[in-house]
Ligand binder design. Structure first.
Ligand code: ZN
Ligand code: MN
Length: 505
C-alpha cells in the first residue's frame, strides 16, 4: 500500500524569565512546595490585573527571529476559555488571530527512507509563534487508596512560547529531528533551558495519512493530535504507533465519513496511543480579546535591535564548520550538539592556531574524556581554550608530537589544581619533561652513538642478520630523546647501524 505520512508539530517551550508572564511570582522549579509561587493574578482572583513581563516578550521575539519568523507590528491577547482544575482563571491568556510572529522556516535533514536519498534537506515552515501562560498541575494520588487529587499552581502563569509548524514532516523520524533542532536552537538562543524532565519543552503532534489506492483514489485519514509528548523518544514512538494504527484502521477504506479531528494521548509504558476526546474546534473556546491587557505595538527599530541579539543558529554553524573549516558534517554535528559553550570552546581553540580537524578530534575524544572523568561541563574545563589551541598549534608546526601534546594537556589539567595555568606553565612542562621534538639531528646522532656503544649485544645481533634487534636500541634512544619524532629516530638508528655493517664488510 502506498501512503504519505503528514505530520505537523506544536511545540511549547518555557521561556527563561525570573518571573511569570503577567505577575511578579518567581518561575523557579519548586515541586516540593506547592502553591508557594502564587499571587492574586496567577490564582485568578477577582479584580486582579495582569501586566505583561517585558522580558518574556523579548525572549519570545528572539525565539521567533531564530525561527526566521516575521514579527508583527501589532499584536494582542486573547482569552481561550475552558474549564480545568489547574486553570483557576477559567481561561488561558493566549494569542488567537494576531500572534506576535508568523511565517518562519527551519531546515532539518530529510529522512532518507522517505526522501529516497541521503543528505537531502527537509524545509519545515513555521506557521506562527505566539505567547501564552502555562496552567498549573493536577497532582493525582496514584497509591490506589483513593486519596484526593490536589492542585499545584506554582507553574500557573509561567511564560510559554508556542511554535506551530505546517504539516511538512513526512515520518516519525523527521518529527523527532525537528523537535531536536528546535530544542538546540532555543538553547543556542538562550531563551529556554528546554529541560524536558521538568516539562519545560513539550510537544503535540498532528498526524494523518494520505493513502493512495490502486484505483488511483487517495483517501485522507482524520487528523489525530497526540498531546503532551515530553521526550524525543516518546514523540517518535507515538508517531510510529499512530501511523500503524491509522493504516490498520483506514487502509482499505475508500471513503471515510467521520472526519472529526481527535485528541489522543500516548502511554509510554505500553507504547500505544489512545483516544481522549474529540478535538474542540476554535469556536468551542469562545476566544475573545482580553480586556485586561493592552495590545503590544512593535517598531521596526525594536525589531532591528532584537535582530542584533540573535546569535548564529546551530544550523548555520554546522554549515560553516563544514564548508569553511573542512569538518565532516558528522563531526560538525557532534560539536554543535554538545551545546553553545562547547562549540564556542572549539572555535576558540581554532582561533588560537589549532587545525580544525585536530581540534574537533581533541574536543570529542581527549577533552571529552577528561570532562567525563571530572564529571564537569566544558565551562569548568580547567585549561583555557587559548592554551589548548597553543598546544595543538605546536603539533601543527611539528614542535610537539601528538603523544607529547596529550601528555602536556594532562599535566596542565593536573597543575591547574594548584595554580592557574598559562602559556608559561605550558613551556615549563615541555621543558621539564623534554616533550619538545628534538629538531637538531646532531643531538640525536650523539644519543644514538652512545646507545650503540653501550649495547654491543643487540648491535652484534642486528649486524648478524636479526633486524628485530634494532627495536631495543630504538626504545632506548626514544627514552633518552623524549619528544623526538619516532619516524626520524628510526631512520637515524637504522642509518647508524647500516653504516657499521658497511664498515665491517
Ligand atoms: Zn503570581
Ligand atoms: Mn498552547
Amino acid at each position: 500500500m502506498k501512503f504519505d505520512v503528514i505530520i505537523g508539530l506544536e511545540v511549547h517551550a518555557q521561556l527563561q524569565t525570573n518571573t511569570k508572564i503577567f505577575c511578579g511570582c518567581a518561575t523557579d522549579f519548586t515541586p516540593d512546595s506547592p502553591n508557594v509561587r502564587t499571587c492574586p493574578v496567577c490564582l485568578g482572583l477577582p479584580g486582579a490585573l495582569p501586566v505583561l513581563n517585558q522580558r518574556a516578550f523579548e525572549l519570545a521575539v528572539i525565539a521567533a527571529l531564530g525561527l526566521r519568523c516575521q514579527i508583527a507590528p501589532f499584536t494582542k491577547w486573547d482569552r481561550k476559555q475552558y474549564f480545568y482544575p489547574d486553570l483557576p482563571k477559567g481561561y488561558q491568556i493566549s494569542q488567537y488571530d494576531l500572534p506576535f510572529s508568523f511565517s518562519g522556516l527551519v531546515e532539518i535533514p530529510a529522512d532518507p527512507a522517505v526522501a529516497g536519498e541521503e543528505n537531502a534537506l527537509r524545509q519545515v515552515r513555521i506557521i506562527r509563534a505566539h505567547l501564552e501562560d502555562d496552567a498549573g498541575k493536577n497532582v493525582h494520588d496514584e497509591s490506589g487508596r483513593g486519596s484526593d487529587s490536589q492542585v499545584d499552581l506554582n507553574r500557573a502563569g509561567t511564560p510559554l512560547v508556542e511554535i506551530v509548524t505546517e504539516p511538512d514532516l513526512r515520518s516519525a523520524r523527521e518529527a523527532r529531528l525537528l523537535l531536536e533542532e528546535i530544542r538546540l536552537l532555543l538553547l543556542y538562543l538562550g531563551v529556554s533551558d528546554c529541560n524536558m524532565q521538568e516539562g519545560n519543552l513539550r510537544c503535540d503532534a498532528n498526524i494523518n495519512l494520505h493513502i493512495h489506492h490502486d484505483s488511483g483514489l487517495t483517501t485522507k485519514t482524520p487528523i489525530v493530535e497526540i498531546k503532551n509528548l515530553n521526550s524525543f523518544r516518546f514523540l517518535e514512538q507515538a508517531c510510529e504507533y499512530e501511523i500503524d494504527r491509522q493504516l490498520k484502521t483506514y487502509g482499505t477504506m475508500t471513503e471515510i465519513h467521520d472526519r472529526t479531528k481527535r485528541t489522543y494521548g500516548f502511554d509510554p509504558a505500553r507504547g500505544i496511543t489512545f483516544e481522549q476526546r474529540s478535538k474542540e474546534e476554535a469556536a468551542d473556546y469562545r476566544y475573545f480579546p482580553d480586556p485586561d491587557l493592552v495590545p503590544v505595538t512593535v517598531t521596526r527599530e525594536q525589531v532591528a535591535h532584537w535582530e542584533t541579539l540573535v546569535p548564529e543558529r546551530p544550523q548555520d554553524r554546522r554549515r560553516r564548520y563544514h564548508s569553511a573549516m573542512g569538518l565532516t558534517p558528522y563531526d560538525a554535528s557532534v560539536i554543535i550538539e554538545q551545546g553553545r559553550p562547547f562549540a564556542d570552546f572549539f572555535e576558540n581553540i581554532v582561533a588560537h592556531g589549532a587545525d580544525p580537524k585536530q581540534a574537533a578530534n581533541w574536543l570529542t575524544q581527549d577533552i571529552q574524556r577528561i570532562l567525563n572523568e571530572r564529571k564537569c561541563g566544558i565551562n569548568e574545563f580547567p585549561v583555557p581554550a587559548e592554551l589548548v589551541g597553543l598546544i595543538l598549534a605546536k603539533v601543527s608546526e611539528k614542535s610537539l608530537t601528538l603523544k607529547a601534546a596529550r601528555e602536556a594537556l594532562d599535566l596542565l589539567v593536573e597543575r591547574s589544581e594548584e595554580q592557574s595555568v598559562s602559556a608559561a606553565t605550558l613551556d615549563q612542562i615541555i621543558q621539564e619533561r623534554g616533550l619538545a621534538i628534538v629538531q637538531d639531528d646532531s643531538l640525536l646522532k650523539e644519543i644514538i652513538q652512545k646507545v650503540i656503544e653501550k649495547n654491543p649485544k643487540p648491535v652484534a645481533d642486528y649486524l648478524g642478520g636479526k633486524p628485530a634487534a634494532a627495536g631495543s636500541l630504538l626504545g632506548q634512544v626514544m627514552r633518552e630523546a623524549r619528544g623526538a619524532d619516532p619516524q626520524v629516530v628510526k631512520g637515524l638508528v637504522t642509518a647508524a647501524l647500516d653504516a657499521l655493517k658497511f664498515a665491517d664488510s
